[in-house]
Design a protein. Structure first.
Length: 366
């Protein structure tokens, strides 16, 4: 890139932080900025804040991953003139676009790389509320609370087909030609549904841990996260939230340890567990699991901010371009905070507030 362009991009970043509209360069082709009221630099990240249930306060924020600064306003609203909706549950990138699943508002969105809306789908009454999504081979697969995995064209978001799965499907991944989604059963389910991507006609049901909410894969290792089994008559957990390792060959799942959030990376699992005696004061522990060793150990975060062990970790996301990762915290009431660690799990002494409640996912584009 020419020196003039580098200087221009730096100036653009400063202007965006200050709330100005945009700047552009005449010797850089940035088609992903098409329709943008605020043009963004080529290297960019986005954080999705789901907000509070029923409050219609989900937000999407642009983050400069070089400076660890954020545009002061919701970038989706700035680019499109409307709000994102109620309880945005999931976000992913595919083929240069951004996809957002808005659960309570029952909306599936395709945005370009600058956050400008290009397509949407809203006819989820029969399928049920959308939850999570994954993309492969030009298709988008979305779990829907009516008990379906639905397939859409990734560009147009035209609905194509659906496959019945068990009740309340949650997170979904694709691996080696198969879709895997976990089914929470509204707190009492205990299955993983497996669907052949090419056939997309039926789902195999495999028993796993109770109330599974998340599933991740890294280097062929599968990990499950549960929400635990909560007893509303005793106001206590009968089974604590935990994580486990799933073997797709033997179809068995073994518990690793108590956990409330997880991140699979490099074949290993990194997870945290937040507990509280009064739902106000929290203690959070950090652990990691190496499948080769077969046992969990302490996950050491160097120079970790003192407040993290007493915070609720709501998100852990890795930057695929430099290996660094972010941790996001919440208290379910106030704006969330992002903490940036390098690839060696050392705190970079960079943290900043995202002007949204419950930041749940982060994606990177370059």
């Amino acid at each position: 890139m020419k020196i003039r362009s580098l200087l221009l991009f730096a100036l653009c970043g400063m202007m965006v932080m200050a709330g100005f509209t945009s700047c552009s360069t005449d010797d850089e082709d940035m088609p992903w900025n098409e329709g943008a009221k605020i043009e963004l630099p080529k290297y960019r990240a986005f954080v999705l804040a789901e907000g509070s249930y029923g409050k219609n306060n989900s937000h999407l924020f642009y983050v400069d991953p070089m400076q660890d600064t954020t545009y002061v306003n919701d970038i989706y609203t700035a680019q499109n003139g409307v709000g994102l909706g109620d309880t945005a549950n999931d976000m992913l990138t595919y083929d240069g676009d951004i996809y957002v699943v808005v659960n309570v508002s029952k909306v599936l969105l395709r945005l370009n790389g600058a956050g400008v809306e290009k397509a949407r789908y809203e006819k989820f009454d029969e399928l049920g509320e959308p939850r999570y999504a994954v993309a492969t081979d030009g298709k988008l697969y979305v779990t829907c609370y009516g008990g379906y995995v639905a397939r859409f064209d990734a560009k147009t978001l035209a609905f194509e087909a659906s496959v019945p799965v068990d009740a309340n499907p949650e997170e979904i991944i694709v691996y080696d030609g198969k879709l895997y989604c976990v089914n929470s059963g509204w707190g009492y389910g205990n299955t993983i549904s497996v669907i052949d991507v090419k056939k997309f006609d039926k789902a195999e049901s495999i028993v796993t841990l109770t109330n599974p909410l998340g599933i991740q894969e890294s280097e062929g290792h599968f990990y499950i996260l549960t929400g635990g089994v909560y007893n509303y008559s005793t106001y206590a957990y009968d089974e604590m939230p935990c994580c486990g390792e799933f073997n797709p060959v033997t179809k068995g799942t073994s518990k690793i340890g108590d956990a409330t959030k997880m991140m699979a990376y490099g074949g290993n699992l990194y997870y945290v567990n937040a507990t509280s005696p009064d739902w106000v004061n929290y203690t959070t522990t950090f652990s990691q699991y190496d499948p080769a060793a077969g046992r969990p150990t302490t996950w050491t975060l160097k120079n970790m901010p003192s407040e993290l062990p007493s915070s609720i970790i709501y998100m852990m996301a890795r930057n695929p371009y430099d290996g660094s990762f972010y941790i996001a915290t919440t208290d379910y009431v106030h704006d969330g905070t992002l903490y940036h660690f390098d690839a060696d799990f050392s705190y970079m002494f960079k943290s900043f507030t995202i002007a949204g409640i419950n930041p749940n996912s982060m994606v990177f584009l370059k």
